[in-house]
Design a protein around this ligand. Structure first.
Ligand code: 8X3
Length: 808
């Protein structure tokens, strides 16, 4: 029997329509006020300049109280909007403004007057000052060639791709509980007390700690001022409001915004409002990778929920209504990428403000509660692809929770994604966390984890196109796309190799050369980051930053665990290609290297028989020991490298397989590959099998994933795994039970992440052909879900090409 729909649908349906129909617009106010202030404060300490800029924004930016909304706060115009961070990548601005309205991936509209503000006020100030310009200038020639077109230093080559210039830190989770319990008044008082205790004769305390603490005080004042401006606006609107019901709602909004986030939250709704203000103000302050996440909402909100329920002032229907209001506010803020590379990474207006549910308490007990179930219900009933919902699973996850999760997954929107405590917790421990910190991690971004008061390192990292390394092995350090330009190492003509071992050694040289340049990039990024970014609010909420009086962007925060990563792009593509070469060229000698190269150069056009032979070689994703052994060795090559060299960087740079949508643009630079993939087609995504190559069902997919991991290494991080089902295979109670069993197996195998698309190929084809009819179709992509019709045709095809499992 269908559960009753939440009454929030009535309230938020208008807002929802705006999200589904309208193209997002760019709002320039944040960039304008930020720039105005930065112009005035040149020469001062960066964190203080940033806090002053935030105060200036808080004073001047337009505030909104949307019609019908109960949870208020937006950082831009009505409808979906994106904001600009010119300090990061402002050198792309002029060109982007011309291109964004017609860009294929995630287009944005922009107002004429706002264009003028950009051209006349914002861009000129940042010319020569942006992080991206300084980074591209600092890259050594050899590294630059793998990163950007050296001619313009802007066009990504998608080979060893840096991502730090379209997000100043990786995804992040704040300690929201601190705001709810203490309010910014409490946080400000701490800073004031610390400031009063500093020794003025100590130069470090005077010159570093004092400005840091002044910045914290200013940031706290800024967010409170901004919240109070909402209160004032709500009161003004209430005065004019004729509908008595809305009038009283507006007065209540005013009263709450007057109280939080300055003071501790008094009840559930205060807690939501304080959280959203904190999150949104952070978004104004900083462009984190794929946005600030929501943290463990079912945990930190639970005391407020429980108390309100016990006192009879709240019921579940009201909770669902408040949550819907918050989701709409969240979804309207779109993570805008102005560089073409950023846009290609995050198709479908993607952002990942993961809401974590389930998992374990800091004491290691199961943490599931009534709110965990309510979040699932909200996801089932409210038809929106934000926020990203993530459930933590462990080996004692209660059956009732797992059942509820499986039922939600079966709705077909791809939620929740699952993260495995049995893999994550031991890894966090091995990296230096305490048990309580590790048990209390929050999911963040696509598939990552944060310990809000413990990990500190935040620079985004390199995405490495290893199928390009394979191509360079085939063409002696060159790529078809770049003609005779030498990009990699000259490892020789493979036609002269006499054995598989020769080929493998040549590949490994190209592979390690890519890693070398990724680590060089990272060294430069770490050094540059602290000179370009500061984050007073983020630092105010972090215990270690506050203890050290250091901005969170500084390379070293005492006591922190600095979690970074590098990304293996095209894992399945490389495994399958190497397996085909090993088996067909060297072991069985069914084709010669010359024949293979001829077919590849011809993109298989006149070599369909050979292509079919290549397709018959062992493939990753089928529990095939031949392919999986190659995958495991590749994994280990990366882990050995980082074990040896990440220490020199003073950080953890762990191996990750989480591409968002970038396997599409990365594929566009790689010519035909020996797994039978045609030129310029997408690479395999994350740790999933190559498109359509997993023929033995989802259990075989899980087993291949398991067999290719090196569990003895702590240098590993998230592996993203997409599995697609046809709806009939998971239908009914029997289907739910099978899905639960599969999740338990995934948990036992200690795999990091899994997410499911439950959809028919026919539905996707129909939606591609007739987008208007399928405007509301939500699909899971790579760590997140989006409207199918918001995606580029290439990405739509990629989703269609993934195997839809029809068996378990
Ligand atoms: C993926 C985003 O910031 O970790 O979740 O690269 S980031």
């Amino acid at each position: 029997e269908a559960a009753p729909k939440a009454k929030s649908l009535n309230r938020t349906d208008t807002l929802l329509k705006e999200i589904q129909q309208g193209r997002p617009s760019i709002d320039v106010e944040r960039a304008r006020y930020f720039t105005e202030s930065m112009r005035e404060t040149e020469g001062q300490m960066l964190i203080l300049r940033w806090a002053k800029a935030m105060y200036h924004i808080a004073q001047n930016i337009t505030v909104y109280v949307d019609e019908r909304q109960l949870i208020v706060g937006r950082a831009g115009k009505p409808g979906r909007y994106g904001i600009l961070y010119p300090e990061l990548d402002g050198d792309f601005l002029d060109e982007a403004i011309r291109q964004l309205p017609s860009r294929q991936e995630s287009p944005f509209s922009i107002d004429e007057r706002d264009c003028a503000v950009i051209y006349e006020e914002i861009s000129p100030y940042w010319r020569g000052k942006t992080y991206h310009e300084h980074l591209s200038q600092a890259l050594p020639e050899e590294t630059l060639r793998l990163t950007y077109d050296p001619e313009d230093r802007q066009t990504s080559r998608f080979i060893v791709n840096e991502t730090s210039s379209f997000r100043s830190s990786i995804q992040w989770v704040h300690d929201y509980e601190k705001v709810l319990k203490r309010g910014f008044k409490g946080i400000r008082q701490d800073a004031e007390q610390r400031l009063a205790e500093l020794d003025p004769f100590n130069p470090v305390e005077s010159m570093e700690k004092a400005p840091f603490l002044q910045a914290i005080i200013l940031a706290a004042d800024a967010i409170v001022l901004w919240a109070k401006r909402h209160a004032q606006l709500a009161r003004e609107l209430a005065e004019k409001e004729r509908d008595p019901r809305r009038k009283s709602e507006l007065l209540e909004i005013a009263e709450r915004c007057e109280w939080v986030p300055e003071n501790p939250a008094r009840d559930f709704r205060d807690a939501l409002q304080a959280q959203w203000f904190t999150q949104l103000f952070s978004r104004l302050e900083q462009k984190t990778g794929t946005i600030i996440s929501n943290g463990r909402m079912d945990q930190y909100l639970f005391p407020y929920y429980q108390r309100d329920i016990e006192q009879g002032v709240l019921d579940d229907e009201q909770v669902l209504e408040y949550l819907s209001c918050m989701w709409v506010a969240m979804a309207q803020f779109v993570d805008l990428y102005i560089s073409p590379t950023g846009g290609a990474f995050n198709e479908g207006y993607a952002h990942w403000e993961a809401v974590t549910i389930g998992g374990q308490t800091p004491e290691g007990m199961d943490a599931t509660n009534a709110l965990s179930h309510l979040f699932l219900r909200s996801k089932r009933e409210f038809p929106l692809h934000y926020p990203d919902l993530a459930a933590r699973i462990h080996n004692r996850t209660p059956t009732h929770f797992l059942h509820d999760i499986a039922e939600t997954i079966k709705e077909g929107t791809g939620f929740p994604k699952l993260i495995n405590d049995e893999e994550v917790v031991p890894l966090l421990l091995s990296k230096g966390a305490t048990f309580s910190e590790a048990y209390d991690y929050a999911v963040s971004g696509c598939a990552e984890c944060r310990m809000p008061n413990r990990d500190t390192y935040t620079s985004p990292c390199a995405y490495i196109n290893f199928p390009a390394a394979l191509e360079m092995t085939l063409y002696n350090g060159r790529m078809q796309r770049h003609g005779t330009e030498l990009l990699g190492l000259e490892t020789g003509d493979p036609r002269d190799f006499s054995s598989w071992e020769d080929f493998w050694q040549a590949y490994i040289k190209q592979h390690n050369n890519f890693l070398r340049h990724a680590f060089i990039q990272q060294k430069i990024i770490i050094d540059l980051r602290a000179k370009h970014f500061a984050w007073p609010l983020g630092s105010a909420l972090h215990d270690l930053s506050m203890a050290a009086c250091k901005d969170i962007h500084q390379p070293v925060i005492e006591g922190g665990i600095d979690l970074g990563y590098f990304e293996f792009m095209g894992y399945g593509t490389v495994i399958d290609s190497l397996a085909a070469i090993k088996k067909l060229v060297y072991e069985e000698q069914r084709i010669t290297m010359s024949q293979l190269l001829e077919a590849l150069e011809d993109d298989f056009t006149h070599h369909q028989v050979l292509r079919a032979l290549l397709a018959s070689a062992p493939k990753y994703g089928n529990n095939d020991p031949y392919a999986d052994a190659i995958g495991k060795t590749l994994d280990k090559v990366c882990l050995d490298f980082t074990r040896k060299y990440s220490k020199a960087l003073g950080v953890h740079l762990d191996l990750r397989l989480v591409p968002f949508t970038s396997h599409v643009p990365f594929g566009k630079v790689v010519h035909a590959t020996p797994n039978g993939r045609k030129a310029w087609m997408p690479l395999s995504d994350g740790s999933s099998a190559s498109q359509g190559c997993d023929a033995k069902g989802p259990t075989a997919v899980l087993l291949s994933n398991y067999q290719t991991k090196n569990y003895q290494f702590s240098e590993r991080a998230a592996r993203l795994l997409n599995i697609k089902f046809t709806p009939s295979i998971v239908a009914g109670e029997e289907g739910t039970r099978k899905l639960c069993d599969l999740i338990r197996s995934w948990c036992d195998l200690k795999l990091w992440h899994v997410q499911f698309n439950v959809i028919n190929r026919e539905t996707l084809l129909a939606a591609k052909a007739d987008p208007e009819r399928y405007r509301g179709l939500i699909v899971r992509i790579a760590g997140y879900s989006a409207y199918f019709t918001d995606l580029s045709p290439d990405l739509q095809d990629d989703l269609i090409a993934r195997t839809g499992h029809e068996m378990f």
